[in-house]
Write a protein that binds this ligand. Structure first.
Ligand code: PLP
Length: 441
């Protein structure tokens, strides 16, 4: 142990594992043990470890210009090139993009840009944001308020309704449906709840609805068909923006370029990205907004003297160079196409666990999935604590595979996009052993 305060950790129960190096889809600890990285780090190392092109891109940029800020109109070519390449990929209309360092700060930046925009168009009262139960949007103060997981609020004095954030249902049929309710009835009920919330609060006070197209950290929730189409119809009716948090689902993860494409969200107004934007070789995030929203912010920025929001490392040149190279590799090597093919195989193999006595549900899309372990397979009754998840994660680790338990007892899978079928088979074999061992824990 060192003097570290570990992030997102049970300080009392911490068993440390010291990682030393990585190569392709594998990481190695300081005793030389090999592990398949079945969660791509934290849903982020899309191109795997020890990618020479990304290492060279970072080193070359460090040698050329290791830092230059972007305040007051200063810029650098690699940052501008990244902005242009990224925005050309996005479904956001005439997108403009603001760079930061993490998914959390991208979401904080979005909240501030939303407020700035609504003030600029003379609608300061339109500042509330609808977020969902069981969502994860990060841990900085504002992003933690968006997050719908209680552990991110408790002891931090972050009430669920801080900062004008409103809460609506998660589209989690397995956990949220009423007895006998069909998927369609479930969707209609929760979309109706959303509309009632809007009417109760007043549509003129609500700026945006934020959603991860498919959630990750809160259990890999894939909404029933038709959910987003119905949500979008309600939002359009009341002039509320759709804000897609693509921090996990962006860049090929769900079997398409973006999660929005996979679940049929057309033209989101705002998009937050991080993680696979740079394959996690450097920290960088992107908050994209519609071009006309940016245009509206120009006048007020002149009136104040500056748009008063920016990080020292916004558009960091080394992070920009790595992200640009990452996007080039995605395109050149058809990584999203490969991920779509392997993703189908992964979902097919994961579905085999539906019959396992410990498994209540298998969920996923493309190359992200989860296996939810339950106390009672027949009734779907959940375990009353996360001990089974912790045990199974350790069992996976003992078999040479890294994963995490999310939302209590769902084992999450999100391997690097570059894995092959044999590595998916390896993942499935190790998971099978770990689940069998967890049966007797
Ligand atoms: N948004 C989503 C959907 C996430 O999954 C995460 C992290 O997992 C975040 C935001 C926060 O990103 P970061 O941990 O880089 O701050």
């Amino acid at each position: 142990m060192s003097n570290l305060i570990y992030p997102t950790t049970n300080f009392k129960a911490t068993e440390t594992l010291t990682m030393e190096r990585g190569d392709g889809a594998y990481v190695y600890d300081n005793e030389g043990n090999q592990y398949l990285e079945a969660l791509a780090g934290l849903w982020c190392t899309s191109l795997g470890y020890n990618n020479r092109e990304l290492i060279d891109a970072a080193a070359e940029q460090m040698g050329q210009l290791s830092f230059s800020h972007m305040f007051g109109g200063k810029t650098h070519q690699v940052g501008m090139d990244l902005a242009d390449k990224l925005t050309a990929m996005l479904p956001v209309e005439n997108a403009k993009v603001f760079f930061g360092n993490s998914g959390s700060d991208a979401n904080d930046s979005q909240i501030k840009m939303l407020r700035y925009y609504n003030n600029a168009i003379g609608k300061p009262e339109k500042f509330k944001i609808i977020a969902r139960e069981r969502s994860y949007h990060g841990v900085t103060l504002a992003a933690a308020c968006l997050t719908g997981l209680h552990a991110n609020h408790t002891y931090f004095d972050l009430p669920f309704d801080a900062l004008g954030i409103l809460r609506t249902d998660a589209p989690h049929y397995y956990r949220g449906a009423l007895p006998g309710e069909s998927e369609e009835q479930f969707v209609d009920r929760i979309v109706n709840n959303l509309e009632q919330l809007i009417l109760k609060e007043g549509a003129n006070t609500i700026a945006a609805f934020i959603a991860e197209p498919i959630t990750g950290a809160s259990g890999v929730i894939v909404p029933p068909k038709g959910y987003y189409q119905k949500v979008q119809a309600v939002l359009n009716k009341y002039d509320i923006l759709f804000w897609a948090d693509e921090v996990i689902t962006g860049f090929g993860r769900t079997g398409n370029d973006f999660g929005c494409t996979t679940v049929g969200i057309e033209k989101p107004d705002m998009m937050s990205m991080a993680k696979q934007l740079s394959s996690a070789y450097m920290p960088i995030s992107a908050a994209a907004i519609r071009g006309d929203m940016y245009e509206a912010m120009i006048e007020p920025s002149a009136a104040v003297g500056a748009f008063g929001h920016g990080f020292t490392y916004s558009g960091h040149p080394v992070a920009s160079a790595v992200a640009l190279k990452t996007l080039e590799i995605y395109e050149r090597d058809n990584i999203f196409g490969h991920a779509a093919t392997i993703g189908e195989y992964m979902q097919k193999r994961m579905a085999e666990f539906r019959d396992h006595p410990l498994v209540g549900e298998v969920r996923g899309a493309g190359m992200v999935g989860a296996v939810e372990m339950v106390a009672n397979k027949k009734t779907g009754e959940a375990f009353n604590n996360g001990a089974a998840g912790a045990f199974a994660v350790q069992a996976c680790q003992n078999h040479g595979m890294i994963t995490r338990a999310v939302a209590g007892n769902s084992l999450a899978f999100c391997p690097p996009l570059i894995v092959n079928e044999a590595q998916i088979d390896e993942m499935i074999e190790k998971l099978g052993k770990a689940l069998d061992e967890t049966l007797d824990f």
